[in-house]
Each structure stands twice: as structure tokens, then as C-alpha cells.
Design a protein around this ligand. Structure first.
Ligand SMILES: *[C@@H]1O[C@H](CO)[C@@H](O)[C@H](O)[C@H]1NC(C)=O
Ligand SMILES: *[C@@H]1O[C@H](CO)[C@@H](O)[C@H](O)[C@H]1NC(C)=O
Length: 461
């Protein structure tokens, strides 16, 4: 497999790594609106351990999601708040609003469309070049964000995480006709470079990361390869520091296997050597995936990225907002409001693969719903219902449990539950259990992201 690399005249191509690790050189901004939501959720809690965890949760930095036009105006108060501190802390934004957004699920459909149905919703099956949707994305979304960002670019350190699920969906979910059209492909493959250009021009010192799903999705060599190949066509590496993984998902962080484990497939290494890095709560190794934990996933993904883009050294941020507990799901395809999940390692640049990983961070705002149950808490029908939010692992599927609000809504019940089960520091340390027979077949599965108000300040009650 090395032969691919030999084709590249390495002497002529210096490794390219964009910028410095802004997570290592700055404090992190804590969102007062998130704090207020956590405080509201705390009222009435009496269990001392849960209270202590909620106290820690409210001091934790979370990313700020910009998911629709009407909340672009929440960007400036955050940057202004950060600029007023000395020194100004790092602010992390997630930008999520491509035309034909979220082509493989139903719960976080966006507001820009490549083509529109008579009822105003996106016609995901229409072919085309998405030029109208893309110009709306640029003019009505990216440019206004860039204008605000530019005002603070010299004062406030920033990181941007772009467009969850989009490139992973194009890479592996073309079996879904909504992801397979020329229009959706044009939207994602042209929209991401557009976003990179706009944000890099507005904030040249900011670090930009692009979503790369998680080990339970792209951990298979073929899937990682498809992602890397598609990513290489975007031609964005001169302005992109790296990739973000596990966004909104529940995959374990785990412990990295040594680099030598990736010379052959991981299941061979774990079958013969084993050890704590082979812990595999989702039984992925017997299915020939290297994504048993996120540290291993990014090592496997890096191998594919280096084949496709030899001169680029990607750096990673890993979402640890909800992966403190690693074996709470009956199916690792579950991504919606998972029962028993807990907050994971608190945001930090300290990690076990410092040459690859810039930081562990709370990218998904913990406490915000992944999607509604079929019936909303007020008893009405949810029109954005995705059936995954009714599966047995999702809160709201069992009698006596509260119903889930629409995605992006801060949900006190879930916030308290995540705090109760928090594992801020501890690594899992179970005996490696490498199943000998194949586990359940996992289909490539997505994370989950709200199309609704992701910022606490705009949440509905
Ligand atoms: C942002 O604009 C919306 C109306 O589009 C308004 O309801 C909201 O209060 C504004 N938020 C801020 C922080 O200005
Ligand atoms: C896991 O537990 C074993 C035995 O109790 C111990 O020797 C080892 O250091 C632990 N590893 C981690 C990463 O905590």
C-alpha cells in the first residue's frame, strides 16, 4: 500500500499543516446562555453527586452552533463577550446550513434548498447544480457570519467546525436517493469550499475543521477511503487545519493502539495482541472496522487521508460531550437522545495522541435534544420525527419517560441525566472483549444535529 506514497515526489512537497493548535494556546469561552440553561436544569435536583456534576457542567465550554439565518445575530454577543475578557478565550463555532442539509435523515432538515417543492420544503430528488441554493447559502448565511467574524478576528481566537455529516453522507450514503442527486453533491462539494474561503478570509488566524463522522460510520477501510478520496477533491487543505469526529455521537474515546497496529488491519492486531486499546463496546473489530474507539478511528482515517492527500497533515478535534459511558446502547447505530449516556472528558488539548489530536471538546451542546419523539412534550405531533428517535435506546420510547422536544432544544431532563452519568476523567478500563463471532451488522450510521435553535439563548420551552 505504500506504493501510492512513492508516486509522490516527496522532496518537492513539504508537509502542510495549517496554523497552530488554538486549543493549546488559549482558555476556552464558556457560554453564559448554556450556563443559564444548566442552572434551570439544576433546580430541583437533590442528589449530591449529580449536583456536583451539574456544577462542573456549567463551567464547561461548548461549541456554538449557527444553523439558520435567524440566529446569525447570536454570533456577535458571543464574540463581544469573549473580546471583553482578558485574555479573550477561544470561541468554537459549528456552521451547519448547507442547501439540502442532512440528506440521510429527517430530523435536521435545513432552510436552503437546491430545488423547492410547492410546500416550500426541499425537493431532495431534483437534479441540478444547486446554483440558486448555493448563492443563498453564500449571500444570506456565510457572508453575514463572515462580516461579524471579521470584526473580531484580531481580538478573539476562533475555531470553526463545518457542516456535520455532509461529506460522510456523500462518501457512503449514496444508496439513499436524497444523497445521490447531482444537486446534493454540488451543494456539499461546492458549499464547503465556499464556507472555508469565506471564513478563512474573514478570520485568517482561525482554525477550520471539517466533519469526518465517527468510527462507527467511517471506521471501515472502504468508507474511510471513500471519505479521503472525496475530501481530496475539495481542494481546501491549504486553509483547513483538520477534521472533527464524533460530533453529536456517542462513540467511545478509548485508548489508542500503537501505530504498528495499523500496518495490518486492527482486528488482526487485537486478535493477537489485544489490550485496553482493543476494548470494543460496539463489536466493530470483528466486522473488520478499525473504529472501535475514536483514537483508533482517527489513526486509521489518517492513513487513508495520507494516501489521498500525501502533503497534508490533518489535526483532529474529537467530540467528548456525551461519550463518558461506552456501553449504554443496545445498538451502536442509535444516535438519538441515548438513555444512560453521560458527559465525557472535559474540553482540553491534553490527550493521548497529541501529534494528531488538537483537542477533546464538547462540540454537541450537551442537554440539547437530538430529535423529537413522535409526540412532543406538549402532546402535539412532531413533524420532524425521525424513527431513530423512537428506537429502544432513545429516551421517550419507554412508558413513564418524558417525551423529547425537537432537535436543538435544551432539555432539562436530558441535561440532568447526562450529568448524573458523567465520566469527566475516567477512561473505561474493562477487560478487552474481542468477540469471536461477528457482532450485529452495523450499517453506516449518522450523527444527529438539530436544525432548530442550537443556541441556548433561542431555545423554546
Ligand atoms: C435575533 O433575531 C431574532 C429575529 O430574527 C430575534 O427574535 C432575536 O431576539 C435576535 N437575537 C439577538 C441575540 O439579537
Ligand atoms: C486497568 O486496570 C488494570 C487492572 O486493574 C490496571 O493494571 C491498569 O493500569 C488499568 N488501566 C487504565 C488505563 O486505567
Amino acid at each position: 500500500m505504500r506504493c501510492n506514497l512513492l508516486l509522490v515526489p516527496t522532496a518537492l512537497v513539504a508537509a502542510q499543516s495549517t496554523g497552530i493548535n488554538v486549543f493549546a494556546t488559549n482558555r476556552f469561552y464558556v457560554d453564559p446562555y448554556f450556563q443559564k440553561n444548566v442552572d434551570d436544569a439544576t433546580a430541583g435536583v437533590t442528589d449530591p453527586a449529580t449536583l456536583a456534576n451539574l456544577g462542573k457542567m456549567r463551567q464547561t465550554s461548548t461549541a456554538h452552533w449557527i444553523t439558520k439565518k435567524s440566529i446569525i445575530n447570536t454570533t456577535e454577543p458571543i464574540l463581544k463577550g469573549a473580546a471583553s475578557q482578558s485574555p479573550p478565550p477561544l470561541v468554537v463555532f459549528v456552521v451547519y446550513n448547507l442547501p439540502n442539509r442532512d440528506c440521510d435523515a429527517d430530523n435536521s432538515l435545513g432552510e436552503f434548498c437546491c430545488a423547492t417543492k410547492p410546500d416550500g420544503s426541499c425537493d431532495y430528488l431534483a437534479e441540478g447544480d444547486c446554483s440558486t441554493g448555493l448563492s443563498q447559502y453564500k449571500n444570506d448565511f456565510l457572508d453575514p457570519i463572515a462580516a461579524v467574524v471579521a470584526k473580531y478576528a484580531d481580538k478573539v481566537p476562533m475555531a470553526f467546525v463545518l457542516e456535520p455529516s455532509s461529506i460522510p453522507n456523500l462518501a457512503t450514503n449514496k444508496g439513499n436517493p436524497k444523497c445521490a442527486t447531482s444537486a446534493t453533491e454540488a451543494s456539499y462539494t461546492k458549499g464547503i469550499p465556499m464556507a472555508v474561503d469565506a471564513l478563512a478570509a474573514a478570520a485568517p488566524k482561525a482554525s477550520i475543521y471539517i466533519d469526518a463522522a465517527h468510527g462507527g460510520w467511517l471506521g471501515w477501510e472502504a468508507n474511510a477511503q471513500a471519505y479521503a478520496t472525496l475530501f481530496s477533491t475539495l481542494q481546501v487543505t491549504a486553509k483547513v487545519r483538520g477534521l472533527a469526529t464524533n460530533m453529536g455521537n456517542f462513540q467511545p474515546l478509548g485508548v489508542p493502539c500503537p501505530a504498528s497496529a495499523f500496518d495490518d488491519s486492527m482486528h488482526n492486531y487485537c486478535g493477537s495482541t489485544g489490550g485496553v486499546c482493543c476494548e470494543d463496546p460496539c463489536a466493530l473489530l470483528p466486522q473488520f472496522s478499525s473504529g472501535n474507539n475514536e483514537y483508533n478511528y482517527i489513526q486509521a482515517l489518517t492513513k487513508e487521508i495520507k494516501r489521498a492527500i500525501p502533503y497534508w497533515d490533518p489535526h483532529y478535534i474529537i467530540d467528548t460531550s456525551r461519550n463518558g459511558i461506552t456501553d449504554e446502547r443496545s445498538s451502536c447505530a442509535s444516535w438519538c437522545n441515548v438513555r444512560g449516556a453521560g458527559l465525557g472528558k472535559t474540553p482540553s488539548s491534553n490527550n493521548l495522541l497529541p501529534n494528531l489530536v488538537d483537542a477533546l471538546f464538547y462540540l454537541k451542546t450537551p442537554g440539547e435534544s437530538d430529535g423529537c419523539t413522535e409526540t412532543l412534550p406538549d402532546g402535539s405531533t412532531c413533524h420532524e420525527y425521525d424513527k431513530t428517535c423512537g428506537d429502544p435506546d432513545a429516551i421517550g420510547s419507554q412508558p413513564g419517560e418524558p417525551k423529547a422536544p425537537v432537535s436543538g432544544t435544551f432539555w432539562n431532563f436530558y441535561a440532568v441525566s447526562l450529568a448524573k452519568n458523567a465520566q469527566f476523567v475516567a477512561q473505561s478500563n474493562k477487560t478487552a472483549q474481542l468477540a469471536t463471532q461477528p457482532g450485529p451488522i452495523l450499517v453506516a450510521h449518522k450523527g444527529s444535529f438539530g436544525g432548530s435553535a442550537h443556541l441556548a439563548m433561542t431555545h423554546q420551552h
